[in-house]
Design a protein around this ligand. Sequence first.
Ligand SMILES: [Mg+2]
Ligand SMILES: [Zn+2]
Length: 296
Amino acid sequence: MSVVENIPHEPRAKRQRIEPNEPASSNTRCRHWFVRYGICTTCSSSVDKDQGQAFNYLLDGLQLSSEAVAVTKHLTTLVSCSNEKKLHLVLDLDHTLLHTTRLPCLTEAEKYLIQEAGSNTRDDDLHKWQAQGENPMVFLTKLRPFVRGFLEEANKLFTMYVYTKGNRDYAKFIMKLIDTKKIYFGERVITRDESPYMKTLDLVLAHERGLVIVDDTRDIWPDHKSNLVEISKYNYFRMNKSQQSQPYSELKTDESENNGGLANVLKLLKEVHCEFFRVQEEKELESKDVRLLLQR
Ligand SMILES: [Mg+2]
Ligand SMILES: [Zn+2]
């Protein structure tokens, strides 16, 4: 159903002008598919925010109607599968690709990391940084082992998004660490600023049948669990004082590169990709669905 058809204050006379048998003409009501800064790009009318979904993260001021979203999702996946042989992948940040903690939260046994973060002894996996703003806090971010290899490999098979509960400034900093040249994600980074509550594929412009989510938090995806691959949580720093086992940070060790969360998920992603594109004729791709493959 079109959002446009549900506008409450539409004058009756205007609605009656559009009869099913009436030939298409300039009278045909525009459905305001693509809106920029509140103005329809087709008919130049003002369009309310609640008549569509904002996609500011892709292009400032961009808003799409629900029909435009549906068609764009459908076409994007169709073209991506046919031309590039790529599916789509939505990646969480915290505890999936990395672990970030505030400096004051470090235990005595972890404080050696402050020195290491600024030295050459760490292989580009530990970073100390300061947030902007009135009350600038200092953080340590530890990248998960194999994250760079994972992104390089996954990028060959998937068009990738980041979807984080962190804010835009945090995401920007992390992107500088893991995607300096914007090769992997481009502008496809969704944050708490656009999505303050649960995570939803409504904000991702690719069809659910060709899209896999990798996240350590299952419950944050209420409507799209059949697209989800739940990855083991990456906890590098001590999570709280009552934590029973010693964290990697205190043990001065880390998750395995070859047999850790990201390596294992990559194996699964490769299998899903391989199975999706295992067809006799290209036409068959149109009825393939990753959700059925992930069920197995
Ligand atoms: Mg997470
Ligand atoms: Zn319009």
